[in-house]
Design a protein around this ligand. Structure first.
Ligand SMILES: Nc1ncnc2c1ncn2[C@@H]1O[C@H](COP(=O)(O)OP(=O)(O)OP(=O)(O)O)[C@@H](O)[C@H]1O
Length: 357
């Protein structure tokens, strides 16, 4: 068997992924991408845990300094997105451009390995009829991370293993305990790594964006209050607006040009459709006719019925069977068939009048 490089965050999932492949007799090398300065998962604490794991398994361990790449591809992207009034989802981009791509390059060029593995909960299968690598949800639906992986290329999928895709998180912890791995009891990371690292998204953004107060208005332009900077708000947000009104008010849109947060009642936060760009078709080729799918527009929201209409420029229009609450520009929309196979995904485009296709 050839060499496999396992991406280690220092958490229990990647520990068990490495241990499983090692037990199977694969020639495993541990590798951590050093993404951010400071303590925490994937930073100094994560590296110490990952190094200790490699000692426990008696396998080689490498650290690759990718802080500059992370800053360029993720930090700048997130900050720029929030300053434009969108709520960027950095994880899919991070997986494609910061984790899987560079890890595979390093594995091949520096370590003589052809494949990589991670502790993601998802499954990859080769379809010999279509010649494509298909991405599927994990057996453990509660832990399924396929939503964050839709942007992986065929080349990346063809060289990746997800050893945890067929098992539950409970089984992973049991395995870690049975194998005596010191990471067995490590708590679950709950949030985006940027939030975990800085305490909150606001604390992270405060480092990069100056406060720029402005008006909170209703859809008729009446001023209802003041905001602290549009980057501190997200579509569908209800709490923290500081406005007393007879009915609860939600953020409907963020108007960068006027520096206004626009609010309205819950009904006005429902969208019948959205346009999605930077589309990556995963398990199938881009179709040329509409396709019935189920789609997830946030990591934790359930998949809902929709139709994907391919557009000439490669983007798609997604028409929901029922209007959806809180469709946030910048977040990923990921569509599936039979709620299992990832067909494709992309980023929800800000709502502008030209979207009226
Ligand atoms: N800094 C990193 N360097 C290398 N691989 C990483 C890094 N961070 C995450 N990964 C890989 O990506 C997988 C998913 O990462 P995620 O941040 O979602 O962690 P997780 O699901 O909490 O897993 P874990 O328990 O391993 O931390 C990890 O299991 C690991 O294989």
């Amino acid at each position: 068997m050839g060499k496999v490089v396992v991406g280690l965050s220092g958490g229990v999932d990647s520990s068990v992924a490495a241990a499983t492949l090692h037990q199977q007799g694969q020639d495993v090398i541990g590798l951590t991408l050093w993404l951010m300065k400071g303590k925490g998962q994937c930073c100094s604490e994560g590296m110490v845990d990952a190094a200790q794991l490699c000692e426990e398994l008696d396998i080689p361990y490498h650290v690759v300094d990718t802080r500059e790449l992370f800053e360029e591809k993720i930090i700048n992207y997130v900050v720029e997105g929030y300053s434009r009034g969108v709520t960027p989802l950095p994880c899919s981009q991070c997986n494609r451009s910061v984790k899987f791509g560079p890890m595979l390059d390093y594995a091949r060029q520096e370590l003589g390995a052809d494949t990589i593995a991670t502790g993601h909960y998802a499954r990859i299968a080769y379809n010999s009829d279509t010649g494509r690598y298909e991405l599927r949800r994990a057996v453990d639906r509660k832990k399924d991370q396929s939503y964050f992986l839709y942007d992986l290329t065929q080349a990346q999928l063809s060289a990746t293993q997800f050893p945890l895709g067929e098992q539950t998180k409970v089984q992973t912890r049991e395995m870690a305990t049975k194998l005596g791995l010191h990471t067995a009891e490590k708590p679950e990371s709950q949030d985006l790594c940027l939030i975990e690292q800085h305490g909150s998204m606001q604390a992270f953004l405060d480092k990069y964006l100056a406060p720029k107060t402005g008006d909170i208005v209703d859809t008729n332009g009446n001023v209802l209050g003041q905001h602290t900077g549009i980057h501190n708000y997200t579509i569908g947000q209800r709490k923290g607006l500081g406005i007393a009104a007879p009915a609860p008010l939600y953020v409907i849109s963020l108007d960068v040009a006027r520096n206004q947060v626009v609010v309205g009642e819950r009904d006005s936060v429902h969208q019948p459709y959205c346009t999605v760009d930077r589309v990556n078709w995963v398990s199938v080729q881009a179709p040329d006719s509409p396709m019935a799918v189920t789609v997830q527009i946030r990591y934790r929201s359930p998949a809902v019925a929709a139709t994907v209409f391919p557009l000439a420029d490669g983007s798609v229009k997604l028409v929901f069977k029922e209007p959806q609450f809180s469709v946030s520009p910048g977040q990923a929309a990921v569509w599936y068939d039979d709620d299992d196979r990832v067909l494709g995904g992309g980023l929800i485009r800000p709502f502008v009048p030209e979207d009226e296709h």
